[in-house]
Design a protein around this ligand. Structure first.
Ligand code: KG4
Ligand code: ZN
Length: 358
C-alpha cells in the first residue's frame, strides 16, 4: 500500500494549473454527527449538502459508534448530491478538502478515508482541514449573487462557540490565529445540550432552548455567572445550578417544569449569552479591535445574534445559518484558501481527535 501511495506521488503535487485562484474543491465534513459535502468555486459555494444524524436524539448526546456507522451510510449519497447540485463532474475537481480533526475519531476516519480514496482515484490532491479553523473561515463563504462579498477585514476577533469548543480567537490572517481564551470544561453548545436534557428535551437541545426562549421571560430566573480568570470560560457549574434549581422547584410543585419551560429556557439562554458577551467585551477592550465575529453552531442562537448586533460601536460579522452549524461549505472554502497557498495534504495524514491549535 505504501508503494502505491508513493507511485502516485500525491505528496509532491504542486498547484500550477489555471484554476489556482478559483479552484473547484469538494469539501467533506464528518467530525461529529453531520455528514456533509460541498462544492466550491473559489470562495463561492455551489452546493452544501448536510445530512444531520437523527439516531442520537433518543440518547441525549452523540453516540460515537452510531455516528461512524451513519457517516458510512451517508457519505456516498451526500457527495453525489453535492456534485449534482453544483453541476460539477468529478473530473472537474481540483482537490478534495476534508476535516482532519478535532472530532470523533471513528467519524473523522470515514471522511478522511473517503476523501483520500476518491482523490487517489481521480489523481488529485487532498487538503487537510482543521475543523476549528474552518468554523472561523466560514466567514469567507459566499453564495451566488453575492459576488462582491469580501468577508471580515483582518485583524478581527472571533468567538467560536460549538458543541465541542468555546474559544475567543484573534484572527490576524487566514493562516495566523491565536487562542486568547477557551473553556476550561464544557463548551457553550454542550451546556445548551446538557441543560436541555435536564429540561427533558431531546438532543440536540440548543436549537430547542432557542425556540422556547422566544416565548419566555429571560429575567424570570437568575443563575450565577462563573468567576473565571482572563478570557477563559466555564459552563459546568451552570448545568449543576439549573439541575439543583429544578429539583428544588419540582419538590414544591411537580408540574413546575411543564408550566415554566419557556421561562426556564429564556433564562438559561440569557445566562449563557451573558457569560459569552461578558468575555467578548473584555477581549475587545484588551486587544483594542472592534471587528468581532461569531462562528460555530451556537452562532445560530438568536439571543447571541441579537446581543452581538446590539454592540453598536462594533463591526459585527455573523455567518449565514447554513455556515454556523457543521457544514462542508466551510471545509471547501478553507480548502480553497490552503490550495492557493499550495498547502496540500498528505496521503499519510492521520486524523486527530483533540484540539491541537489553529
Ligand atoms: O458547530 P456545531 O454544529 O458542531 C460542533 O462542532 O460541535 O455545533 C453544534 C452545537 C450543538 O451543541 C447545538 O445544540 C448548538 O451548536 N446549537 C445551538 C443552536 N443551533 C445549534 N445552540 C443554541 N441555539 C441554537 N440556535
Ligand atoms: Zn463544528
Amino acid at each position: 500500500m505504501k508503494m502505491y501511495f508513493e507511485s502516485l506521488d500525491l505528496c509532491s503535487m504542486t498547484v500550477s494549473n489555471i484554476n489556482s485562484d478559483s479552484p473547484i474543491i469538494l469539501g467533506i465534513e464528518s467530525s461529529c454527527d453531520e455528514t456533509s459535502a460541498a462544492v466550491s468555486l473559489g470562495n463561492k459555494i455551489l452546493a452544501n449538502v448536510i445530512s444531520s444524524q437523527k439516531v442520537h436524539e433518543a440518547y441525549g448526546g452523540v453516540v460515537p459508534e452510531l455516528a461512524s456507522r451513519a457517516h458510512q451510510q451517508q457519505i456516498v449519497p451526500v457527495v453525489n448530491q453535492a456534485l449534482i447540485e453544483a453541476k460539477v463532474q468529478k473530473k472537474d475537481l481540483d482537490a478534495i478538502a476534508y476535516t482532519n480533526g478535532p472530532g470523533l475519531m471513528g467519524s473523522l476516519l470515514v471522511g478522511a478515508s473517503f476523501a483520500k480514496s476518491m482523490a487517489m482515484a481521480l489523481g488529485i490532491p487532498t487538503i487537510e482541514v482543521n475543523h476549528m479553523q474552518a468554523h472561523i473561515l466560514a466567514h469567507f463563504c459566499f453564495r451566488d449573487g453575492q459576488d462582491d462579498f469580501t468577508g471580515p477585514e483582518f485583524p478581527f476577533l472571533c468567538l467560536t462557540v460549538s458543541g465541542g469548543h468555546t474559544q475567543i480567537i484573534l484572527v490576524e490572517d487566514f493562516n495566523s490565529m491565536k487562542v486568547l481564551g477557551e473553556t476550561l470544561d464544557d463548551a457553550a453548545g454542550e451546556a445548551f445540550d446538557k441543560i436541555a436534557k435536564i429540561l427533558g428535551l431531546p438532543y440536540p437541545g440548543g436549537p430547542l432552548i432557542d425556540k422556547y426562549s422566544l416565548k419566555g421571560n429571560p429575567s424570570a430566573f437568575t443563575f450565577p455567572h462563573p468567576r473565571v480568570e482572563g478570557l477563559n470560560f466555564s459552563f459546568s457549574g451552570l448545568k449543576t445550578s439549573v439541575l439543583y434549581f429544578l429539583q428544588k422547584q419540582e419538590s414544591q410543585n411537580p408540574s413546575f417544569l411543564l408550566t415554566h419551560l419557556d421561562d426556564l429556557c429564556a433564562s438559561v439562554q440569557n445566562t449563557i449569552v451573558g457569560i459569552l458577551m461578558e468575555k467578548l467585551k473584555n477581549a475587545v477592550e484588551l486587544v483594542g479591535i472592534k471587528r468581532v465575529a461569531i462562528s460555530g453552531g451556537v452562532a445560530a442562537n438568536s439571543g447571541l445574534r441579537d446581543a452581538i448586533l446590539a454592540q453598536k460601536d462594533w463591526k459585527v460579522y455573523i455567518p449565514a445559518l447554513e455556515f454556523c452549524t457543521d457544514n462542508a461549505g466551510m471545509v471547501a472554502v478553507t480548502g480553497a484558501i490552503k490550495y492557493r497557498n499550495s498547502d496540500l495534504g498528505s496521503p499519510n495524514a492521520s486524523p486527530f481527535a483533540r484540539f491541537i491549535g489553529l
